[in-house]
Structure formats: C-alpha cells, structure tokens
Design a binder for this molecule. Structure first.
Ligand code: XMP
Length: 333
C-alpha cells in the first residue's frame, strides 16, 4: 500500500480521545523507527512543525534536535514564544539561530516578489544546512508535512500550475542525507490542531493563523528596508491585539498588515509629515484558493487606525483592502 495515501478506514480525528490514540500510536512507531538515533527538525513555530516537535519530544525527548531559524521576517514575539514554549517549558533540545542580518543583507534592493521568495527559501536551506553540519550523528529529518501538502504536490506533478512558489525545507544539499520522519503526513489541518491541543501546546499556537514561509518579507512590499519592516511588525502586532480583544481572531481566517513602498503627505504636530500607508487585509476562506472579505465594524477599524498612526513611527495612513480572491490573491506579493 502507498504510505502517502490516507486509508479510507482511517477515522477523522475530532476528539481528544481520538487524538490521544493517534499520539500513542505515533509515539510507539517513532520509537520503533528511530531507536537511539537523533532526529533533526526545522521548527518554524507554525502549527505543523510545532505539533511534530511536541510529538517527537514526547516520543524521544532530547534525541530530537530542533533548529529555529529566525530569518528576521517573523512577526513580533514569535521567536521568543518558540523559545519559551519549547526550550523553557518542554525542555526541548533547541538551537536558536538569529540569521536576520544574513537574510536582510541578501534582500536589500530586491523588489521582485518571486526573487524575494527564492532568496528567502534558498537562504533558509543554507542556514539550516550550516547548522545541521555542526551537529553530530543525526540520522533522521522530521518534517511537518500534512495531507494537503501531499495532495498539492500530486496535483503539481500532474502538471497543474501553482500561482506562487511556496517553500519549505526541501532540497537539502547532497552531503546531508537524512531519512525522513513525517508523523502527521496523513492528517488534515483541523486534525493537526486537535492533536496539538492534546499534546498540551497553547491554544494560541495551535490555532495560529496561517503565516507564509517568507513571513513579513512578502508583506513589506517591494525592496525591504529595516525601518519599514520594523513599522510593519509593530502595526501587525496592534492589528492582532485588537482582533483578539474584539473576538475577531476567532472569526477571521487570516488577517495582517501590508506596507507598500510609497509615502503620502500627512500632518503631525502642525508640520508636514511624510509616512507610509498601512493596509489591513482580513479574509475568510476554507482552502485559500478563493477568499471573501470580512466586514469589520467601523468602530474597530477606527480604533486600529488611531492606534497604528499614534503608536507606529513612520505610518500616517491606514487603508482597508476590500478585494476578494479572485481577483486579488490573499497576500499582496
Ligand atoms: P495567496 O496569496 O496565494 O495565498 O492567495 C494563499 C495562502 O498561502 C499563503 N502563502 C504562502 N505560504 N509560502 C507559504 O508558505 C509562500 O510563499 C506563500 N505565499 C502565500 C498565504 O498566506 C495564504 O494563506
């Protein structure tokens, strides 16, 4: 039987009891496969890699080595949260790499979105490979592959074209040959979340909204600059805070801020003040292939606008993107 095909008899994991049964089964399977060997995992802090990390910590403890690469394009506090949860609370064997300068130096002056994606994807693999070479006796590589990833690559293999190139840790250099461990590869996203909660991961991490691999890099439009990236990170944090306070974070699938590479004229302290516009995007979708716009109450939009323009240096306007997908993609780049 093809182990990349979900058997029809496999029950959908919808309850904690079913999740616990899955966890027990996987823990036994991982221990049997891995024995006393070491496993490497690129831990981004996303739902899938976090659930795989928690599952492997349960199965093999410190035989799992997690590498968290901060590419400098993370949202506010994301890397800090990864360290707190996995290193401090779960006692995972975690290597933290701050590669911000490597990424931002390579991206300086690059404005084409696909070129940015390629640079980020390639550099991610290089940083990860550099760390992997420093480690000794690693036999396995764990990945947070989930069932939709398998279905999507089958579709691409059949010749259907992807709109954007998504990246994960594929294509490691020749000298790094690992055996793969992919314990959640037959699960759908909703099942991964149920398993994550059963493993004791925080609700906010398990129900984290999707975040693209290239991170804020495709939301700081055009050529990325450190000052605009910093403004984006702060504005995005305010948006997320206000969505959480108003309960919108439970209702909206993906919401974020985008900052284009343009300035408009404003006034501050009775003087001319040129600043960037912050664009808010909030969409609902089931499969990310099409998306509708969430109608955000004006009171909330006013509050977010007031906070962003008052609290974030360099932003003097806030706009709300009303475009569904199609015709606009969810991300601007
Ligand atoms: P689009 O912009 O294509 O986005 O409508 C659909 C979903 O995919 C996410 N996205 C990405 N995810 N790497 C990723 O891992 C990428 O390069 C990338 N580009 C878009 C996007 O956030 C949305 O959830």
């Amino acid at each position: 039987m093809d182990c990349n095909v979900r058997p029809e008899s496999m029950a959908r994991i919808t309850t904690k009891a079913l999740a616990n049964a899955f966890i027990d089964e996987q823990v036994a399977a991982i221990r049997a496969e891995v024995g006393d060997k070491k496993v490497l995992l690129a831990l981004s802090g996303g739902v899938d890699s976090s659930v795989v990390a928690a599952l492997l910590v349960k199965a093999i403890g410190r035989q799992l080595v997690c590498v968290h690469v901060n590419h400098g394009l993370m949202r506010k506090n994301e890397s800090e949260d990864v360290i707190e949860i996995f290193k401090n609370q779960m006692d995972a064997n975690l290597v933290y790499v701050d590669a911000t300068d490597r990424f931002l130096d390579l991206l300086a002056g690059v404005s084409d979105p696909e070129k940015k994606r390629k640079i980020i994807g390639k550099e991610f693999i290089e940083v990860f490979a550099d760390e992997a070479r420093k480690l000794e006796d690693i036999t396995y590589l764990a990945q947070g592959t989930i069932y939709p990833d398998i279905l999507e690559s089958q579709k691409q293999a059949e010749g259907k074209k992807a709109v954007k190139s998504h990246h994960n840790v594929g294509g490691l250099p020749e000298d790094l040959k690992f055996k793969l461990v992919e314990p959640i590869k037959l699960l759908f996203k909703d099942e991964v979340r149920v398993v994550g909660e059963a493993l004791g991961l925080p609700h906010a991490m398990v129900y984290r909204q999707p975040f693209p691999g290239p991170g804020l890099g495709v939301r700081c439009l055009g050529a990325i600059t450190r000052d605009r990236l910093a403004a984006l990170r702060e504005a995005d944090a305010i948006l997320r805070e206000e969505f959480a306070l108003s309960g919108l974070s439970e209702k909206v699938w993906q919401y974020f801020v985008v900052i284009p590479d343009i300035k408009s004229v404003g006034v501050k302290d009775e003087s001319r003040y040129e600043g960037w516009p912050a664009i808010i995007r909030a969409v609902n979708t089931t499969d990310a292939m099409s998306a509708t716009i969430e109608e955000i109450p004006y009171t909330i939009l006013h509050k977010i606008t007031a906070r962003i323009t008052a609290e974030v240096d360099g932003i003097n306007r806030v706009l709300y993107d009303l475009t569904p997908k199609p015709v606009g993609t969810i991300e601007w780049e």
